[in-house]
Ligand binder design. Structure first.
Ligand SMILES: Cc1ncc(COP(=O)(O)O)c(C=O)c1O
Length: 471
């Protein structure tokens, strides 16, 4: 053996850690060759969302609903109480949310966007503004469909993929105050705060920032609602980077952070370790009454919200597992391992590495491709062609069109996301992914880009189709 072969721990100058779980059941993967992948990609219109999952080797499309559930969660599913009303699993879920997130009232929904829909309809009056720390696709669309306008008030550093600010998800309080003074507090529906910020690369918000945000909002009587989808990952960054939090547990940090907000919506398919589910939780009784009434129209009765009893049980158990420090450290540690390999090979990625994914900086990857040639979409297609790895575009395609002008929105960040499902892949899978990214990077000069040939009206990135640009 050569003397430069190093374990992960040795590479980082510390003792190695391993995942705090062992594998009890496996799912075989399909191996394909390049000609096969070429025809699959063509059939999918060069959109990784349109590939069949059977044709994918390592699936890093999303960490949404793709986590491996624990044996305890599966056992919990057998205890599903499938009563139409008052299922015992709803009360378990309610208790888990109250205990770990600290909000008073809980409304289950089928997934995150179900919760976004209800909150947007209940809180936004047409013509109002919703400031937030960078947009998220479904969140902003629901805000717009309710007649509101999203305004980005994230700090400028978030738009720079190389800026090493430790809390790139922070709200720029001056930008927010300017907006409030310009439009008037009565025209702000609420603050849409996300922890971590998905579109910025999984970047966290500091405790200090949310505390100051609370003070500012109290002065103007504005409520804060939190997208808590990946808040436990945000809590880990606070523990690691913010003074005074090193000795606090993830669970304590999570609860303190939530205490500065008036409620939260959740895609439980992420942090909460389930394949389907979501929830809304709020502190104001009048809003709760409204949401509880609306959920019956759009999702299901207020004690199931579109979910089976077994789904709510798995979620209640998942919430408890999700706030364990060992779990969060190993989850984010795996993301960092992949990021570090790519950084060592000088491959451009968003830094600091965020909580749930590595975001390849497609602009720097393909400096010769303008955004009209969809560099991030191209990179996702090339990665699949190289190795069968599936990733996702987070750039001009995801940003969609301006509803007023109909033009593409050109976001500063043009990214391809390698999203790591929780408790699913091993370190060896990460090595394979890193090598594939390097192979595509080494061949970058030959890449020509894509043209858009079909575009749906809403959330176009899911179903748009492309063709390669020929020489
Ligand atoms: C930050 C964030 N908010 C909300 C959602 C929407 O949740 P769902 O996919 O469960 O509808 C997602 C899902 O990707 C997300 O990442």
């Amino acid at each position: 053996m050569t003397d430069h072969f190093k374990t992960m721990g040795q590479q980082f100058g510390r003792r190695s850690w391993a995942e705090p779980w062992k594998i009890k059941m496996v799912e075989p993967l399909t191996m394909t060759d390049r000609p096969y992948r070429q025809s699959a990609m063509q059939e999918a219109g060069y959109n990784t969302f349109l590939l069949r999952s059977e044709d994918v080797y390592i699936d890093l499309l999303t960490d949404s609903g793709t986590s491996a559930m624990s044996d305890r969660q599966w056992a919990g599913m057998m205890l599903g109480d499938e009563a139409y009303a008052g299922s015992r699993n709803f009360y378990h879920l309610e208790e888990a949310i109250q205990t770990h997130y600290g909000y008073r009232y809980v409304v289950p929904t089928h997934q995150g966007r179900g919760a976004e829909h209800l909150l947007s309809q209940a809180m936004i009056k047409p013509g109002q503004f919703i400031p937030g720390n960078m947009y998220f696709t479904t969140t902003r669309l629901h805000q717009e469909l309710a007649g509101g306008t999203f305004v980005d008030v994230i700090i400028d550093e978030a738009h720079d993929p190389q800026n090493m600010h430790p809390f790139k998800g922070n709200v720029d309080l001056d930008k927010l105050q300017d907006l409030i003074e310009r439009v008037g507090a009565g025209n702000i529906a609420y603050i849409s705060l996300a922890g971590t910020v998905n579109m910025a690369g999984g970047q966290p918000v500091s405790m200090e920032n949310v505390r100051l945000l609370r003070d500012l909002c109290d002065r103007y009587g504005i409520r804060i609602y939190l997208d808590a989808t990946r808040m436990v990952e945000n809590a880990l960054f606070i523990q690691e980077r913010e003074e005074g939090y090193a000795g606090k547990s993830i669970a304590q940090i999570l609860k303190e952070f939530c205490s500065y907000t008036d409620g939260a919506w959740m895609s439980a398919k992420k942090d909460n370790l389930v394949n389907i589910g979501g929830w809304l939780a709020v502190n104001h009784n009048d809003l709760f009454e409204e949401l509880r009434n609306m959920v019956v129209i759009y999702e299901g009765l207020h004690t199931y919200g579109g979910l089976a009893g077994r789904d709510m049980e798995a979620m209640a158990i998942g919430i408890v597992e999700a706030v364990q420090d060992d779990h969060v450290r190993s989850r984010v540690g795996q993301v960092r391992y992949l990021g570090q390999l790519l950084l060592d090979w000088n491959i451009p990625i968003v830094q600091p590495v965020g909580g749930h994914a590595i975001f390849l900086d497609a602009r720097s990857f393909y400096p010769h491709l303008s955004q009209d040639l969809f560099p991030a979409q191209t990179l996702a297609a090339e990665l699949y062609l190289d190795s069968g790895i599936r990733s996702m575009e987070r750039g001009v395609v995801s940003a969609g069109r301006d509803p007023e002008t109909g033009d593409h929105r050109y976001p500063k960040l043009e990214l391809t996301r390698l999203t790591i499902p929780r408790r699913v892949y091993t370190q060896a899978h990460m090595d394979v992914v890193a090598e594939s990214v390097k192979a595509v990077y080494d061949a970058r000069q030959q890449t020509r880009g894509l043209k858009l040939v079909y575009e749906p009206k809403y959330l176009r990135f899911f179903q748009a189709r492309f063709e390669p640009i020929e020489d």
